[in-house]
Ligand binder design. Structure first.
Ligand code: WQD
Length: 335
């Protein structure tokens, strides 16, 4: 199939494109490179032997998206394009609402013009908000986000639900990611944010590499076994494979379906630090500091629906996630 991948040069998008190509699909990437490197399509080719078709395009530009649909018969879309930093979204909310919702709506409208009816959306566990008990399941109410980034995910999920209700032959798969970490085993693709990382794993990797002096653990007094927050970390390659399953599922599905992509296990910040040190043999100096505003003590998935509907589960271990992160950090990320 021809799969259109807005945001396909990003962290999760690029790993998904590798899996799509290796499964025999043709991949057409559109990415404005606002949060990814221009050499990612070449790295995808190095890994797979096949170059994705690449357009450096802002998918809020409807005419540009039309040109892509005119040039290629698109069978399905996996939509990653969007800003994704929680803290930044609180500082520049208008940019987040404009970019994230505009890009999704633009792609959806052009899909309609060209009769493309399969949309896999990069959603997030953040849509569960602070009120639901863990482990989160897809039947739980997802109505309150705690930041503009989360609200854009909630709003786009609603747009896709309403669109699917109005177009009975349309399929929208809303993939709710938990905490993707790790990197492709080649060391050519990984999470390499610009500037100081907001997220735990890239921060740990840069401390291990001596780029940053030490890690601050945000809070050691939570109601958890070791006092640090619990998260559902899954390997980005497992997550990428989940998209492959979602595309196949969408081809014989109509309606809107939310599906968690997580391991179903909660791992603490300290456990992750220890796993990284065990997997790499590298010490990670850290201090326990104050809590970070907005953090939840516990967040992990009920992963049963993905297993049942997609035949997918996240099997790679925390140690493998740490090992592959370190391999990537040593090979590519020189920041
Ligand atoms: C994990 C844990 C921190 C950095 C975010 C988004 C979510 C999703 C994944 C997009 C927390 C602690 C972190 C540090 C620390 N992104 N931490 N020191 O916040 O669970 O989820 O990324 O979909 O939407 O909210 O991930 O990696 O930032 O934090 O102690 O320097 O690590 O407090 O407990 P988070 P994270």
């Amino acid at each position: 199939m021809n799969v259109f991948v807005p945001g396909g040069a990003g962290y999760i998008g690029s790993h998904t494109c590798v899996e799509l190509i290796q499964a025999g699909h043709q991949v057409i990437i559109a990415d404005d490179l606002s949060n990814s490197s221009a050499d990612v399509p070449q790295r995808i080719k190095t890994i797979t032997g096949t170059a994705p078709i690449f357009y450096q395009v802002d998918v809020c530009n409807k005419e540009k998206v039309r040109e892509i649909f005119k040039a290629h018969h698109i069978d399905a879309v996996i939509h990653f394009a969007g800003y994704k930093a929680v803290g930044e979204s609180c500082r520049i909310p208008a940019k987040y609402y404009r970019n994230n919702i505009d890009s999704a709506l633009t792609v959806l409208e052009v899909m309609e013009e060209f009769g493309c009816k399969k949309f896999v959306f990069s959603s997030s566990a953040t849509v569960y908000g602070p009120m639901n008990p863990v482990p989160y399941n897809e039947e739980m109410p997802a109505q309150v986000a705690t930041n503009p980034y989360g609200w854009t995910k909630l709003m786009i999920e609603q747009i896709l639900r309403d669109y699917a209700a109005a177009h009975p032959d349309f399929s929208a798969i809303l993939l709710r990611y938990f905490n993707p970490i790790g990197a492709h085993s080649s060391g050519l693709l990984g999470d390499d944010p610009n500037g100081i990382p907001n997220n735990l794993m890239p921060y740990v990797a840069r401390v291990a590499a001596g780029i940053l002096p030490q890690l601050t653990v945000y809070g050691g007094d939570y109601d958890t076994p070791d006092g640090t927050c619990l998260r559902d970390y899954l390997h980005v390659v497992d997550l990428a494979k989940g998209h492959l399953k979602a595309i196949d599922y969408a081809m014989n599905h109509t309606g809107a379906e939310a599906i968690n992509l997580g391991t179903g296990n909660g791992v603490s910040v300290l456990e992750l630090i220890h796993a990284f040190q065990n997997a790499t043999g590298v010490k990670v100096p850290y201090v326990i500091g104050a809590r970070r505003d907005g953090d939840l003590a516990k967040c992990w998935a009920n992963a049963e629906k993905a297993k049942k509907l997609l035949g997918w589960s996240a099997d790679m271990t925390i140690e493998e996630m740490c090992r592959d992160t370190w391999n990537f950090t040593q090979k590519v990320s020189q920041k």
